[in-house]
Design a protein around this ligand. Structure first.
Ligand SMILES: Nc1nc2c(ncn2[C@@H]2O[C@H](COP(=O)(O)OP(=O)(O)OP(=O)(O)O)[C@@H](O)[C@H]2O)c(=O)[nH]1
Ligand SMILES: [Mg+2]
Length: 304
């Protein structure tokens, strides 16, 4: 038994990061954990499923849960994403409602605040992206949301610059239940290397393609082979709905796919600390977003 186990004063708990799409949840998770676990893009609905990042602060082990953005979902994939986000909030000891303070309050943010009040969740309000706004504009925003839900605290941060994160850590630590740590001290996440590899390719895909294309694709790592020379061979498949989408992705002379492959490979090599041979194939699978198996691979529950 380590000293930590014997110490009655340790704290541990789940902190769900919820908010409208693009609020900066994944950026915040990465900043709090100090490692890139979740992919980040300037586009909405980047995160598709829940994942955890573990951080230690003083005597507390904080298990952060990154969630997909909550919005009025229509398609099955969207509904599964929003369901995963609410599951994250429901299971958490403390919920952080993260809001992009550089924009007008979105309807989804209001819905989340009301949802948290109804669920009587212990929640704090965190206004993000304060590097983009004047402080005095934050007060009205804070008041409007505090009128909807009685947050334990309101904080202002920039997940990007790190401003305000120490205060956030202190407050969260004080709100977590007393109890033993749940994860080994060296565990940062529940994301497997395979999953992270798929996600990194999806990040590059989101950055490279526009309009509906990012949302029409899912990416899976189908093979992972460690080679004798220390390098790794990774085979991935991008599933799309239509042949026309496949053509755009591959691009003239395979240029589209090459660009994504190069960007993903470089990042994977840095992350894994070894050479990566990355092979990406594009397959048309009509109706993949209504296919149960894809949801399992994305880490999402099937929704009716
Ligand atoms: N200027 C600024 N940009 C930020 C900050 N935090 C996040 N961003 C940017 O906001 C965009 C969205 O960030 P994400 O972390 O992907 O947001 P998210 O809430 O996880 O989005 P979804 O997964 O789509 O719900 C990215 O372009 C980030 O770089 C911040 O504090 N300041
Ligand atoms: Mg995200």
């Amino acid at each position: 038994m380590s000293d930590i186990d014997r110490n009655d004063n340790t704290r541990c708990g789940f902190v769900a990061l919820v908010g409208a799409p693009n609020a900066g949840k994944s950026t915040l998770l990465n900043a709090l954990v100090g490692s890139k676990i979740a992919i980040v893009t300037h586009k909405v609905q980047t995160t598709r499923s829940r994942l955890i990042g573990v951080a230690i602060h003083d005597n507390a082990q904080m298990v952060f849960v990154d969630t997909p953005g909550i919005f009025s979902a229509k398609k099955r994939l969207e509904r599964a994403m929003v369901a995963a986000a609410w599951d994250g909030a429901n299971d958490a000891d403390v919920v952080v409602l993260l809001v992009d303070a550089s924009r007008k309050i979105e309807d989804s943010t209001i819905q989340i605040a009301v949802g948290l009040r109804e669920r009587k969740k212990k929640s704090i309000l965190v206004l993000n992206k304060i590097d983009l706004v004047k402080r005095d504009s934050l007060l009205a925003l804070s008041k409007e949301l505090n009128d909807l839900c009685s947050f334990e605290e309101t904080l202002m941060i920039s997940a990007k610059t790190g401003n305000g994160l120490d205060d956030l850590r202190d407050i969260l630590t004080s709100l977590l239940p007393v109890g033993p740590w749940l994860y080994p001290e060296d565990q940062l996440t529940d994301v497997t290397e395979r999953m992270l590899a798929s996600e990194i390719t999806r990040e590059k895909f989101f950055l490279r393609f526009h309009e509906e294309l990012p949302y029409a694709a899912t990416i899976e790592t189908e093979r992972w082979k460690d080679l004798k020379d220390g390098s790794v061979r990774i085979e991935q498949v991008i599933y799309v709905e239509r042949d026309s989408q496949k053509k755009i992705i591959i691009g003239k002379g395979g240029q589209g796919l090459k660009t994504i492959g190069k960007m993903a490979r470089e990042e994977l090599e840095e992350l894994l600390g070894r050479r990566v041979h990355l092979f990406i194939f594009v397959k048309v699978r009509k109706g993949w977003s209504d296919d149960k198996e894809r949801y399992q691979n994305m880490g999402l529950d099937w929704v009716k």
